[in-house]
Design a protein around this ligand. Structure first.
Ligand code: GLV
Ligand code: MN
Length: 196
């Protein structure tokens, strides 16, 4: 979904903070080395000891600057048994993933509110069309691992529990009570789970 490149590469220079462009400016070609084009961040197991029992490790332009202008990125998602990657969407990319280990329920909902889901095991793939709300749950007995690819160097993630109940400042309670048809104490209770 990102624009096409106009050159072989444009390794992001994340220290050029005084320049504002759509993406990142390029590191001078004379300073680019082979190391720029390799990234081992997805080799590390993510820490799933959190309220969701899952952990997303990003291999995007922020962690792997050589992806700048190339229109792709990848995530590693680790799951403890029963762990959930909560409902979220990616505003800038379609996502396709492959299960590496474990048994994973993958689901998404269309703009017409049709729910599509399937339980996948190692080697099986899924696709989440750009912008649609989706989740994964480890429904196996052991841990689970998925590697996901995106057609954006920085797909972005709107994580609904945080977006709706943990923004800064907060969405007013009366908006959320009306939207979800619940009492204020329910909204306060959900908000309290995410306040640090
Ligand atoms: C999984 O849905 C991910 O965004 O990494
Ligand atoms: Mn996703």
């Amino acid at each position: 979904a990102d624009p096409d490149s106009l050159q072989d590469f444009c390794v992001a220079d994340q220290s050029a903070i005084s320049i504002s462009v759509n993406g990142f400016p390029c590191k001078p070609a004379s300073e680019v080395t082979s190391d720029d084009f390799f990234f081992d961040g997805l080799s590390k197991v993510g820490d799933t000891s959190n309220i969701f029992g899952s952990n997303v490790t990003g291999g995007n332009v922020l962690t792997f600057p050589a992806l700048n202008t190339l229109g792709i990125s990848m995530n590693r998602v680790d799951f403890a048994p029963g762990g959930v990657n909560p409902p979220h969407s990616h505003p800038r990319a379609t996502e396709s993933g492959v299960v590496i280990e474990g048994k994973l329920l993958v689901g998404f909902v269309t703009t017409g509110n049709v729910y599509h889901s399937k339980v996948l095991t190692a080697g099986q793939m899924f696709v989440i069309p750009r912008g649609l709300v989706h989740f994964q749950k480890n429904v196996g007995v052991g841990k689970a691992l998925v590697i996901a690819a995106f057609n954006s160097q920085l797909p972005g993630a709107v994580v609904l529990p945080f977006t709706l109940f943990a923004s800064t400042p907060s969405i007013p309670d009366d908006i959320l009570t009306r939207a979800f048809q619940v009492e204020e104490k329910v909204v306060e209770s959900i908000k309290s789970k995410f306040s640090s």
